[in-house]
Structures are given as structure tokens and as C-alpha cells.
Write a protein that binds this ligand. Structure first.
Ligand SMILES: [Zn+2]
Length: 197
């Protein structure tokens, strides 16, 4: 659709839950599918809230538009620029994901025959993914297979280890993390309390 100036109208950000009741209903559906009642407590994972505002951070490596909450988007932009100045290209694989989207992932994986245990090793249960917050990104770099452990051997990962904290980003799921989630060298989360800029 074209806007008044003939420019393409910016696409709307992804839908989020309108209120707590809507969020609760999605989490109830996940429980009905077999997510354990004590999942959050047992894994040390918190229920996450979707952000009121999302801004576009451009396209991911597959050409899909991605979104983050405004301050995280700004921090990511600055971090990508700084990396580029050091000759490192950081590419986005995935950013904001809604609770409803996460429920869809769970439903699909179960429908394809995975057990709940298998699914929950790789994917957080709906409501508990850090991606719901709009503060997390999965990153990759050219010549690296996205979302594979080999990312940890890339110069991009070495750069992130040295510099990401300065932009407010930390690695959420290091090796042997207490949440029982596989090691994810690609998953970086922005924290307001850490951000110095
Ligand atoms: Zn992630």
C-alpha cells in the first residue's frame, strides 16, 4: 500500500497480547498441551511481558522484517556500527517473537512428533521466552551457519564477548546454564540496567 508521498507504508509491528487475560489464555493453552505446571519455577525462568512499543530494526538474514523495543533497537544499531568499524558484521536472525508465535512453534513441533521434553530443551515455553520482551536478538555473521554452536568460533562472537556488555547486551544461555536450555552463543539480551549509553 502506498502512503500519500508515494512511499510504501511502513508495515505494522507484530501483534502482542492486549492485556493480562489474553496472555493468561495463551499460557493456559500451553499448559493444556503438556507444559509442566511448575515449568517456570523448575527452570528458573520468568514469565515475560511483551513490550508496548516495537520499532523496526530492518530485515533479518532471510529478508523478514524484525522488531525490538525502542531502546534495545538503538543499542543494537550502535553495537552493529561499532562492530563494523572493527571489521565485524553482525547479522540478525531473529528478534521479537510474540507469546502467540511461540505457542505456534510448540504446536508445530509436537505435531511433528517431538516430545515436550525435546521441545523445551531448545525452545522456551510460551510466555517464558526472552524474545517476548523485544530486548533479545539471535545474531550471526557471514560464513557462519545461523543458530549453530560454530558461531562461538567466529570473530563476531569474540568481538561480542569483548564489547557487547558495553552496549548493554549479555549472553543469556551460556554452557551448562541453570535453565536447562542448550548453549546459545548467538542469543544476546539487552538490559536497561547495564546500558551506559
Ligand atoms: Zn534467541
Amino acid at each position: 500500500m502506498d502512503g500519500p508521498a508515494g512511499r510504501t507504508t511502513a508495515p505494522a509491528p507484530p501483534q502482542r497480547c492486549r492485556d493480562r487475560a489474553e496472555r493468561r489464555a495463551l499460557i493456559e493453552r500451553a499448559l493444556a498441551l503438556g507444559v509442566p505446571d511448575d515449568y517456570g519455577r523448575a527452570r528458573g525462568l520468568r514469565l515475560q511481558r511483551e513490550p508496548a512499543r516495537l520499532v523496526s530494526i530492518g530485515s533479518d538474514i532471510r529478508g523478514r522484517e524484525q522488531w525490538l523495543q525502542p531502546r534495545a533497537a538503538l543499542a543494537l544499531g550502535r553495537m552493529k556500527e561499532a562492530a563494523l568499524r572493527d571489521g565485524v558484521e553482525l547479522q540478525v536472525v531473529s528478534a521479537f517473537r510474540s507469546i502467540e508465535y511461540q505457542l505456534g512453534i510448540l504446536e508445530r513441533k509436537l505435531a511433528h512428533g517431538q516430545t515436550m521434553d525435546e521441545v523445551l530443551r531448545i525452545s522456551a515455553a510460551p510466555g517464558y521466552s526472552e524474545h517476548h520482551t523485544g530486548r533479545c536478538v539471535d545474531l550471526t555473521t557471514p560464513d557462519c551457519t545461523a543458530l549453530e554452536e560454530e558461531f562461538e568460533r567466529s570473530p563476531a562472537f569474540a568481538w561480542l564477548e569483548r564489547n557487547a556488555a558495553g552496549f548493554g547486551f549479555t549472553l543469556s544461555y551460556p554452557r551448562e546454564n541453570r535453565h536447562g536450555i542448550v548453549y546459545e552463543p548467538w542469543h544476546w539480551c539487552w538490559h536497561a540496567r547495564m546500558s551506559r549509553r
